[in-house]
Design a protein around this ligand. Structure first.
Ligand code: WT7
Length: 651
């Protein structure tokens, strides 16, 4: 099974043989069940995207140039004009679908709101006028710091309607993180709430916002949505209740056509080092990319499907696959405010049952948590409405994929593992559920219109084995730069492999040409000259029936350069010895990948978006003081691990 080589490339250790072709029953109703989209796109990708732009988006003025590519900058649909909010709202209402439900909103405490496209349009027009009344103009930046409430969607669409760029900051971020992002964007207005619900309690947002705004000279006004009911201080002249502004706002705000390259939003992403980067996305190309991918990757039938993406609007997944993609497609979706384990561990499955969710999109970190909680939780509910289930955010371990397929998809639903980034704007590598034969753990192939290749250290294209994932030509949703930092844009993405976009991820190709993501290349370990991906060792660990989740890091080692250290969380009720697990890894992928030490832990340190923080675990393993922990979701997890590392060094 194993074949480690001494090459400088990333080793290819894990071999997954299971295959899942789409069922005939699924194909019978699928939007696409043949390869024609791939065939057309491979002939002329620009023409392909132009067709998508015509079919999926409504333009006020047609473009004259499909794409202009002056590496590293691309422009799409130049000369074209459109309004994103018009595409997400007005066109559906004009088509007679005003009474269609856009959002089934479920608050964490159990309160609900049912919002139609007509209601959303009214609300967005009024809030657009309210923003204008506060002096917001086309080209300005507006910061949004809200819980998962419908007003977050309204605020984003209102900005789009009037041509102001929004910069959403996840509600779990600190006041300092908010202040840094506001200052970098030089935002004029901040939209926040008194507080929101999380794990049964109200978490305050307005006090954090106040603290941030005390060091953000560009903010002129703060709009406050009432949600938590917690006490807040309103600063006369600066702060305004959302409901007060809305009570007097004019009802009509015509959607003004914007140029295709008008800045739609900034979204800050932290990267591994340095200050957060304000990733820039524009209008026509972005909307085309997310509308097209949301339609085909999820096989969306807007008349009958109920779609649910569990991300927060503070991340790119929320922007592209809660707000812009689904609403542009006229979908009906569920938005849930809170955590998956309130009041109990079956909350998500009760929501699937209640709203008859048919398309479900979540993250591997959530799936592995569901594995930890056990199959009893989904089994309490009728999940027969589900048709397609998706995953995004990290490599999905084959065993987690299988668990998801069997216990949530009930063996019936195609699993779409979607690879993309904040920078790519939309999904890039993914199965098409009616076309692609999937393999557990593989994101399969680039979508029609996308060019991806794996290259070695020198930039030579490889067709088999491990290397670096690159994108070979521009795509409509690609980032247009880093706000205020063109040099960093060039250096981060375009300098390692000239002429190619380097995503920072390792990937490998198998004999059938399937792509397997291997995690961030910064995480690749070097053990006795073998370049081993943390993802493959983690997947080998998770393939043991007792293991729910694993994080693997390379720690400095006098003999082997780096030694593999694993942190493992067991499934509910399971137990296994360290030695059995080490042998299991050896059996699955080879002795070279055997962890030197394994620590059992009830939790792993994660970012607030659920990514494992391997850098911190490396610090712990090497006995260093912790660096920046501000993006950590729960700091106590690391303190506990540090304590145990110190104890084991004393042994
Ligand atoms: C990084 C981008 C895209 C929305 C959420 C994350 C990792 C994402 C997958 C996947 C393997 C994945 C990559 C990527 N990633 N999806 N399906 N398989 N890895 O957005 O925070 O910008 O992170 O997430 O490492 O580079 P992001």
């Amino acid at each position: 099974m194993s074949e480690a080589t001494d090459s400088p490339n990333i080793s290819d250790l894990l071999w997954e043989q299971r295959k899942f072709p789409p069922s005939a029953a699924f194909q019978a109703n699928a939007l696409v069940s043949e390869t024609h989209l791939y065939d057309i796109a491979s002939e002329d990708y620009e023409a392909f995207w132009a067709t998508q732009a015509t079919e999926t988006v409504t333009w006020n003025k047609p473009w004259n140039t499909i794409c202009e590519w002056k590496s590293p900058y691309s422009k799409w649909f130049i000369g074209g004009e459109l309004n994103v909010a018009y595409n997400c709202l007005d066109r559906h209402v004009e088509a007679g679908n005003g009474s269609k439900v856009a959002i089934h909103w479920e608050g964490e405490p159990g309160d609900t709101r049912t919002l139609t496209y007509a209601w959303l349009l009214d609300e967005v027009q009024k809030f657009s006028n309210a923003l204008k009344g506060l002096g917001v103009q086309k080209g300005d930046r507006v910061n949004i710091y809200l819980p998962m409430i419908p007003e977050a969607v309204v605020a984003m669409l209102a900005c789009a309607r009037i041509g102001a760029a929004h910069s959403v900051v996840f509600g779990g971020f600190s006041s300092q993180a908010l202040a840094d992002r506001i200052n970098d964007a030089e935002a004029k207005v901040l939209i926040t709430a008194d507080g929101g619900y999380r794990r049964g309690e109200v978490f305050p947002l307005k006090p954090q916002a106040d603290e941030a705004v005390s060091s953000t000279p560009t903010i002129e006004h703060v709009v406050v949505v009432k949600r938590g009911g917690n006490a807040v201080t309103m600063h006369e002249g600066r702060d305004h209740w959302y409901h007060d502004l809305m009570a007097v706002a004019e009802p009509v705000c015509v959607a003004e056509p914007m140029s295709s390259e008008q800045l739609l939003f900034l979204l800050y992403t932290s990267g591994t080092t340095g200050k957060p980067k304000g990733i820039m996305h524009t209008t026509g190309g972005y909307l085309t990319h997310v509308t097209y991918t949301h339609k085909y990757v999820f096989d969306l039938h807007p008349e009958t499907d109920v779609y649910w993406c569990t991300a927060d609007v503070g991340w790119i997944t929320g922007h592209s696959y809660i707000v812009y993609g689904p609403l542009s497609n006229g979908a009906t979706q569920v938005i849930y405010e809170g955590v998956p384990n309130y009041p109990e561990n079956d909350r998500l499955w009760s929501i699937v049952e209640k709203y008859k969710v048919s398309i479900f999109y979540t993250a591997p970190t959530a799936i592995r948590t569901f594995m930890k909680w056990g199959v009893e939780e989904p089994q309490k509910h009728d999940l027969s409405s589900l048709r397609v289930i998706g995953s995004v955010g990290e490599p999905i371990n084959p065993e987690a994929w299988m668990w998801y397929h069997e216990n949530i998809g009930q063996g019936r639903c195609p699993v779409v593992d979607t690879w993309w980034q904040t920078e790519t704007g939309g999904i890039m590598i993914s199965p098409l559920p009616g076309v692609t034969t999937t393999k557990p753990g593989s994101a399969t192939f680039p979508l029609p219109g996308i060019g991806a290749e794996v290259v070695d250290e020198k930039g030579n294209v490889i067709t088999r084995g491990g290397g670096y994932l690159t994108l070979t030509h521009p795509w409509p949703g690609m980032l247009r730069g880093i706000w205020g930092d063109p040099k960093r844009f060039q250096e981060t993405y375009w300098s390692k492999f000239p002429g190619r976009y380097f995503a920072g991820d390792g990937a490998k190709l198998d004999d059938d040409g399937y792509l397997w993501l291997l995690g961030r290349v910064d995480d690749v370990m070097n053990v006795s000259g073998h370049r081993i991906s943390t993802t493959e060792v983690e997947s080998a660990l998770v393939s043991h029936p007792s293991v729910a989740e694993a994080a693997v890091v390379g720690a400095n080692d006098a003999t082997t350069g780096q030694a593999i250290i694993a942190y493992v969380t067991l499934r509910g009720g399971a137990s296994v010895s360290e030695n059995d697990l080490r042998n299991h890894v050896a059996k699955e992928i080879g002795a070279i990948a055997k962890p030197k030490a394994i620590f059992f832990t009830p939790d792993l340190p994660k970012t607030r978006s659920g990514k494992i923080m391997r850098r911190l675990l490396r610090d712990v393993a090497e006995g260093r003081n912790l660096g920046d922990t501000t993006t950590l979701a729960d700091a106590s997890v690391v303190t506990e691990l540090q304590k145990r590392a110190a104890e084991s060094n004393e042994d």
